[in-house]
Design a protein around this ligand. Structure first.
Ligand SMILES: *[C@@H]1O[C@H](CO)[C@@H](O)[C@H](O)[C@H]1NC(C)=O
Ligand SMILES: *[C@@H]1O[C@H](CO)[C@@H](O)[C@H](O)[C@H]1NC(C)=O
Ligand SMILES: *[C@@H]1O[C@H](CO)[C@@H](O)[C@H](O)[C@H]1NC(C)=O
Length: 265
């Protein structure tokens, strides 16, 4: 494992904070957590926030690529997007949409894509799914979970189990279809019109076997998948742009997007 010492230091500061905020009864001390997890405010005109449902504190942030070098937008609920006029900047082209997410966001991207495939969009056209180390799991202990166990930086098997307990409804286990997407309780997806996807997997991530099974599951269901494997990458490595895998990954994603946009669908 050749992780630069600066990154090791930052990682060693993050985990005690997590253990302070995460309780043994699988709840989170939110006020304490939010103190460490400061939200960056939007910076108009290059970014602004739109509230979808104040009762659920559901909102998203629009990044305007014509006003900044950092293009992209996140957390857009698809049917909302389809019927929204005047919310997005004029430069936004709804026929060139990608769903992207990292970790839990990669899991969400998959589930949004599956739900979106059953929705008749008037304007939105989904061109691909970008899942960076998507957070999947299951009851079974995979080879990578056993081998890497609790020795991995950033995410251990114990952490993953804690997250699932906090997330799952009472009475469910990790074979719940939100977790084990190709597991015993999951619905068949081969008839869904899912977009092509690119999936990033790290060799130091204990949940990598679940991500590889996800690729296999998609391929078996007849979907097109690009799998990128970085042997020296730990879970959430891309929060450190100085790691060489970061630039490699960004170039691959760019290539995937250009390829998908050229495809006649
Ligand atoms: C979990 O523990 C916290 C702190 O002790 C407590 O405030 C909270 O009510 C507990 N929640 C549940 C669901 O047991
Ligand atoms: C959260 O943690 C802080 C700091 O330890 C503590 O003062 C506060 O009472 C906790 N809040 C809850 C709701 O447990
Ligand atoms: C979960 O369900 C069990 C059985 O119905 C119940 O005894 C327990 O109190 C529930 N726990 C929570 C946190 O709701």
């Amino acid at each position: 494992m050749s992780i630069p010492w600066k990154i090791k230091l930052i990682l060693s500061l993050i985990s005690p904070i997590r253990y302070l905020c995460f309780r043994s009864n699988f709840t989170i001390n939110r006020s304490l957590f939010n103190f460490f997890d400061r939200k960056t405010p939007p910076s108009p005109p290059s970014s602004h926030d739109v509230i979808v449902d104040p009762s659920r504190n559901l909102w998203f942030r629009i990044f305007n690529p014509s006003a900044t070098d950092n293009g992209g937008s996140d957390d857009l609920p698809l049917p909302f997007l389809d019927s929204s006029v005047g919310i997005l900047p004029p430069v936004a082209d709804l026929t060139r949409c990608f769903l992207a997410g990292d970790s839990a966001g990669g899991n969400l991207a998959h589930h949004v894509a599956v739900r979106g495939s059953g929705f008749k969009f008037q304007r939105v056209k989904l061109r691909g799914v970008i899942a960076l180390q998507p957070f999947f799991g299951g009851e079974e202990r995979t080879e990578s979970e056993i081998r890497i166990g609790n020795s991995a930086p950033c995410l251990t098997v114990e952490d993953a189990d804690w997250y699932w307990k906090a997330f799952l409804p009472n009475g469910s286990n990790r074979d719940h279809p939100a977790v084990n997407v190709f597991g015993p309780e999951s619905a068949e997806i081969s008839s869904s019109e899912l977009s092509d996807s690119i999936i990033v997997v790290g060799g130091l991530d204990p949940i990598q076997d679940w991500q590889k099974r996800y690729c296999e599951g998609l391929r078996k269901a007849g979907k097109e998948v690009r799998l990128l494997e970085y042997p020296n990458a730990f879970h959430a490595f891309y929060i450190f742009p100085e790691l060489p895998e970061y630039s490699l990954m960004m170039n691959e994603i760019k290539d995937f997007m250009i390829h998908q946009l050229k495809k006649i669908t």
